[in-house]
Design a protein around this ligand. Structure first.
Ligand SMILES: Cc1ncc(COP(=O)(O)O)c(C=O)c1O
Ligand SMILES: N[C@@H](CCCC[NH3+])C(=O)O
Length: 414
């Protein structure tokens, strides 16, 4: 469902005009629709109805506490990649018993924190990590639940920067060494094998790579079972794409039906780690045009949001639709939509046809995933405010940063 729609020509977030939000909270501001978050979660959860499953939302996509709390209330689990993200889940009311911990560089302190909290499973990404966890758990007198993140060497057919399941990626344990490493794990006193995990990449628009990965992983599960190592869950990671422009990602119901079909007769629980598919189209970045600059070769609309707020265009050349919040009747021109940051790569969109005047508001669409969570303070820019809408209710869910706040942790020795 698209909840950012025009009414009478003006762009709304659910029942609230975006212009009203800009007036109230200034710009740049991220605006999230709670209804869209809830619908996306429900669609995923209902898609897998009929089999034992747990949706572990990938916190890195959008880690705002109000977003996490929305999913926690719906019974979600969480996929984390740091102790910081675990602290966020707990602060948002999430259940640590439904948390899986991914990531290739878990520090001993983060392992201790997660063991203390009683998480569901560690997704182990290397032999050294397995050894460290066994040691850390032993020192605490605990047994750590683990899966190995297996790298199935499947081409996710996505942007190379966000593909993770190929042999040459830094993630996971090589498929061919996974069996032997499971045998080692089985002999360790302070880890307990709970599952098998894989995640092949992000923004996948086809189902086939997921099915290919599942085949590989199921073959491993069967081989392990034959050797007396049975699992309680299979974690297939995240990665389902969304439509930014003209992509045709799989419908969740179809993706779920195909996975369920292949999992018939299996007794383990299915875990999934969707990020983008739950939040991507539930958020926009609201920004105001500061200046229009008509150059010899290009026209520029210089807006008050920048690559530090939304780095996907600069990093991946990613496309986000950019819409006028209150469209004007007049002649369209072609604009480069750029931010104030001192980098030529600081753009939000190339060659956008719009009719603009200085002071106009723009909405950068599909910005709910990997927007705020990847933002920075480059150029000592304070990060945007975040607002959550539900119906006609509008709530500030993260205050705009202040320069005093940015400087507070720095020390000058006189
Ligand atoms: C281990 C892991 N799980 C889940 C995700 C979430 O991916 P997506 O946002 O594409 O669903 C990621 C990010 O790619 C990841 O690295
Ligand atoms: N940050 C990426 C996705 C990578 C997901 C992390 N494994 C994006 O904005 O599309």
């Amino acid at each position: 469902m698209n909840v950012f729609t025009p009414k009478g020509g003006e762009l709304y977030a659910e029942a609230v005009p975006l212009a009203q939000i800009a007036q109230q909270f200034s710009t740049p501001t991220y605006v999230y629709s709670q209804t869209a978050l809830q619908e996306a979660y429900r669609e995923f959860d209902e898609g897998f109805a009929g089999i034992d499953h747990l949706i572990c939302y990938a916190v890195k996509a959008n880690s705002n506490l109000a977003v996490l709390n929305t999913f926690a209330k719906m019974g979600a689990g969480f996929d984390i990649v740091s102790g910081g993200e675990l602290a966020r889940v707990i602060a948002a009311g999430g259940d640590p018993g439904k948390v899986v911990f991914s990531g290739i560089g878990k520090a001993a302190a983060e392992m201790r924190q997660a063991l203390e909290a009683g998480i569901l499973c560690f997704n182990i990404e290397s032999e050294s990590e397995l050894e460290r966890l066994n040691k850390v758990a032993g020192e605490m007198g605990k047994v750590a639940p683990i899966s190995l993140r297996v790298n199935p060497d499947v081409d996710a057919k996505t942007h190379p920067y966000i593909s993770t399941g190929l042999k040459n990626n830094k993630f996971g344990v090589a498929y061919d060494s996974a069996f032997a490493l499971y045998q080692r794990a089985a002999s360790m006193p302070n880890v307990s094998i709970h599952g098998v995990d894989c995640h092949i990449g992000s923004q996948l628009t086809e189902i086939d790579p997921f099915l290919a990965a599942l085949e590989r992983v199921l073959a491993l599960v069967d081989r392990l079972a034959a050797a007396g190592i049975s699992i309680r869950h299979l974690d297939l990671g995240g990665g389902v794409g969304i439509c930014y422009r003209d992509e045709t990602p799989p419908e969740i119901a179809v993706y779920a039906a195909k996975l369920k079909e292949r999992l018939k007769g299996r007794s383990f629980k299915l875990l999934l780690e969707p990020g983008r598919a739950l939040v991507g189209n539930a958020g926009v970045l609201l920004t105001r045009v500061e200046y229009l600059k008509h150059g010899e070769a290009k026209n520029f609309a210089i807006v008050d949001a920048a690559m530090n707020d939304l780095m996907r265009p600069a990093l991946y050349d990613a496309w986000h639709d950019i819409l006028a919040v209150e469209p004007r009747i007049g002649t369209n021109e072609i604009f480069e939509i750029v931010g104030p940051v001192c980098e030529s790569g600081d753009f939000l969109g190339h060659d956008r046809e719009l009719c603009l005047e200085e002071g106009d508001l723009l909405a950068v669409m599909s910005a709910g995933a990997y927007g705020m969570s990847m933002s920075s303070n480059y150029n000592t820019r304070t990060r945007a405010a975040e607002v959550m809408v539900n119906g006609n209710d509008v709530k500030l869910v993260r205050k705009r940063e202040t320069v005093e706040g940015l400087l507070a942790g720095e020390i000058v020795y006189k």
